[in-house]
Design a protein around this ligand. Structure first.
Ligand code: ZN
Length: 564
């Protein structure tokens, strides 16, 4: 069946609520283990049906926002899904409190219970009004960002429309474009400061009402982090500062040299190559053809997977009018089908879709037999290992896409993984400081950012830009506002992906075998258990980054950059 033939029917919210109550009663009154399992299996089947319909409706409305039917269905779901919250958490509670819990934990994957436990730990009816306030503040921040109309050389641009000018080959244009962006944030500085201050206060209140010391603790629970804590993150930070920051600094120095500059200023950083960024050498159909060849040569499993995606029309890749922006990969349970959505625009990002999003898709395709909907994908830091590692496992085929620019692509790809890690760690460290000290003033928060920035990004030269120099850079990082504590997930996954890069350089066949095994686990386990199954070093061990960074440095500096 092709995606267009997948059947959609509107969910019957009243029926699902009644069913969840009935199943809760069954779990509570069950006199045998088998009876309990029957109720749980029925609940899981309902979870699959629910997620199937939500995904079909979401995909169909995002590939055509003008489709009135699916637009209405999406609105219906937005308004009605929250109504399932109470009966659903009662059911989870009943399962966790079942007198057969010990046997249940032997039958179902451990993560099944962890996720429910953690969800219950994030909620009490007393915090409903605070949660609404938190959402209101998130929306307020997003609205300011979306409303930006920045005048540049006589035309008005949104923040993303302004981006191409900020990487212009003309240095003066770059500087002026970034200044224009900065003026926008400066014009809204008091407003954004106030929103964030209110966010920190309300999140701290929520944490206290739920019995946590501060929001940092609750942040970890919200992210379903069951096997690491702030102390582990501190070990990671140490490795980042000791091994990654020095290499990142060297990469920026090499960039300055390539560009013929004495050193990089704040508006030069994103302008990597005089000859422009590497681009794919053909259109979408050509790229999909190459991807088909690539995946069939990579392994029998990936060959079968990508053929499945093409045959069942499970990818909507090209940008067109009426399509939502961005990209994602999701999984439609009842059809055991991943789906990839993207907006190709002729940049290297298009190839990333065919490796990164396809990495996500390959993982859920590989774990399609896990019949608990919430466990097909693991938690974020683990899910991004699959996608970021696939970007590296497909390196031997990148010449198909980039032809004569393949070396530049690989250099830029691996180099940006290195420069990202200190930045990602900085974003996370900053949030720890903020939520561990909720009474800081906006001024103190900016000073904190600037202090940490000097540790993680010592190359930054903000001379001539007062706003950045006062510590205002983070105003642009929407995760800090809308997805607290999310960001370190990218760092953890990137670290694991770099380990796979190293392994694939040393022994491709064995590295691939470990990766394949990891993909099949889906979300049955927590992060560190998955890392262990994949035979990777935990990013929370002292030397994890040391070895891998040494190899990366050797590789990067063996590349001839003279033609870049
Ligand atoms: Zn991803």
């Amino acid at each position: 069946m092709k995606f267009s033939e997948f059947k959609y029917v509107r969910l019957d919210i009243k029926f699902i609520n009644e069913k969840q109550i009935e199943l809760t009663n069954k779990v509570n009154s069950a006199t045998t283990f088998e009876e309990t399992c029957l109720a749980i299996d029925e609940a899981n089947k309902m979870g699959r049906d629910l997620s199937t319909m939500i995904n079909i409706s979401y995909i169909r409305s995002s590939i055509n926002v003008e489709d009135k039917f699916y637009d209405e269905e999406r609105n219906f779901l937005d308004q009605n899904l929250p109504l399932l919250g109470e009966t659903s958490s009662n059911l989870s509670k009943a399962i966790l409190e079942s007198k057969f819990i010990k046997q249940l934990k032997e039958k179902y994957p451990p993560q099944y219970f962890t996720l429910s436990e953690f969800d219950l730990k994030c909620f009490k009816p007393e915090i409903v009004a605070d949660l609404q306030e938190e959402n209101r503040l998130s929306t307020a921040y997003s609205k300011i960002i979306a409303s930006a109309q920045i005048n540049f050389d006589g035309n008005n641009y949104t923040l993303s429309q302004l981006s191409p000018f900020t990487v212009s080959s003309d240095r003066v244009t770059r500087e002026r474009a970034i200044q224009a962006r900065v003026s926008f944030y400066q014009a809204h500085e008091d407003e954004i400061d106030k929103i964030y201050d209110d966010m920190v206060k309300v999140r701290t209140t929520i944490a206290h009402k739920l019995g946590y010391k501060n929001f940092t603790e609750l942040g970890y629970v919200r992210m379903h982090r069951s096997d690491y804590n702030e102390e582990d993150i501190k070990v990671l930070r140490k490795g980042v500062v000791e091994y990654v920051v020095p290499l990142a600094t060297k990469l920026y120095e090499a960039q300055a040299k390539r560009l013929g500059l004495d050193h990089l200023r704040y508006f030069d950083e994103k302008y990597e190559f005089k000859s422009g960024n590497p681009t794919p050498k053909g259109d979408a159909a050509w790229m999909v053809g190459n991807a088909k060849k690539m995946y069939s040569e990579l392994s029998p499993e990936t060959g079968k997977f990508f053929k499945f995606m093409v045959d069942h029309e499970l990818m909507d890749l090209v940008s067109r009018k009426g399509k939502e922006s961005g990209g994602y990969c999701t999984f439609i349970d009842n059809y055991k089908s991943p789906f990839i959505f993207s907006n190709f625009n002729g940049t290297a990002g298009d190839v990333d879709v065919l490796t990164h999003e396809a990495g996500h898709a390959f993982q859920c395709y590989s774990s399609q037999d896990i019949d608990i909907s919430g466990l097909v994908f693991p938690t974020n830091e683990s899910a991004e290992i699959h996608s970021m590692s696939m970007e590296f496992f497909t390196w031997p085929w990148m010449n198909l896409f980039f032809k004569e620019e393949v070396d530049k692509y690989k250099y830029s790809h691996l180099g940006s993984a290195i420069t990202f890690i200190p930045y990602g760690t900085l974003v996370d460290h900053f949030q720890h400081e903020v939520y561990n000290n909720p009474d800081m003033t906006p001024l103190e928060r900016k000073a904190t950012w600037r202090r940490l920035e000097k540790i993680y990004q010592p190359h930054k030269d903000y001379q001539g830009c007062d706003f950045y120099d006062r510590g205002g850079w983070w105003f642009q990082q929407h995760h800090i506002f809308n997805s607290p504590f999310y960001y370190i997930d990218y760092v953890l996954a990137q670290t694991c992906a770099l380990e796979f890069w190293k392994k694939s350089q040393d022994d491709f066949k064995n590295a691939w075998k470990d990766y394949l095994l990891l993909c099949k686990q889906g979300g049955k386990y927590s992060f560190l258990k998955l890392v262990d199954i994949a035979k990777l070093d935990s990013p929370f061990t002292e030397d994890c980054l040391k070895d891998v960074v040494a190899d990366i440095e050797k590789w990067l500096f063996s590349v001839d950059q003279s033609s870049f």
